[in-house]
Design a protein around this ligand. Structure first.
Ligand code: PRP
Length: 208
């Protein structure tokens, strides 16, 4: 049987993804989150797991370095990767939202400065609304930006709301529901059709 390469995101959804794979008897024996190893195999070596940064999963899949990817919808949209999105795995649920200190003038303001890890997603959202924005790209701790005058607002994912609350910010506008999705490389979907369909069917069945 041909090997499927699966790119999986490091970070907060890794453990839930591993648990989901376990329910369909896909186990990576020496895998543990703190390991510095980046490649793992399942028991019969039919699946090769690449453990990569969440933001990079869509790139691995689009370029064919992985046949299948398990990634957040936020990173899929941000990357604009040309891949098939096959399943919503219903894990890592959160919302892509606009947040700030003060919502009063938000709708009417032009030329606002918005800090985000997701410049493409942010630009698309404000362009749709016809609101001009200046985007400051950050790689983390974006909640700091409105507190120190680096930006007026942030565009970020909100899960429990704790980070916003602890920094005196609140959601002004919910933009998009986010969750973990299973994506597939377009060429692999044709060349490894049987293996990929089988993999997807197993997971889909386990989720029902
Ligand atoms: C994410 C996100 C928010 C936070 C939201 O950051 O960018 O900052 O989690 O989660 P909450 O609503 O449950 O507080 P992450 O933990 O990935 O760290 P980062 O700031 O370094 O990107």
């Amino acid at each position: 049987m041909e090997t499927i390469t699966l790119a999986m995101a490091k970070g907060r959804t890794a453990q839930s993804t591993i648990e989901l794979l376990k329910t369909v008897n896909i186990q990576f024996q020496d895998f543990h989150e703190k390991s510095r190893k980046l490649i793992f195999y399942n028991e019969d070596h039919t699946i090769k797991l690449l453990f990569v940064k969440a933001v990079d999963v869509p790139t691995y899949v689009e370029k064919g370095a992985a046949d299948i990817g398990i990634a957040g919808k936020d990173n899929i949209l941000e990357s604009k990767a040309d891949v098939y999105e096959m399943l919503d795995l219903q894990i890592g649920k959160c919302q892509f939202s606009i947040a700030g200190k003060n919502s009063e003038q938000f709708g009417q303001q032009q030329n606002i400065v918005v800090a985000s890890k997701y410049p493409n997603l942010t630009e698309r959202h404000f362009a749709k609304k016809g609101q001009t924005v200046d985007i400051v790209k950050l790689n983390g701790s974006v909640e700091l930006a409105p507190l120190i005058g680096l930006a007026d607002y942030i565009a970020d994912i909100v899960e429990t709301g704790t980070t916003l609350r602890e920094n005196g910010l609140s959601v002004i506008e919910k933009v998009e529901d986010i969750s973990t999705r299973l994506i597939v490389n377009k060429a692999s979907f044709a060349t490894k059709s049987a293996e990929i369909q089988d993999f997807i069917k197993k997971i889909d069945r386990a989720m029902r």
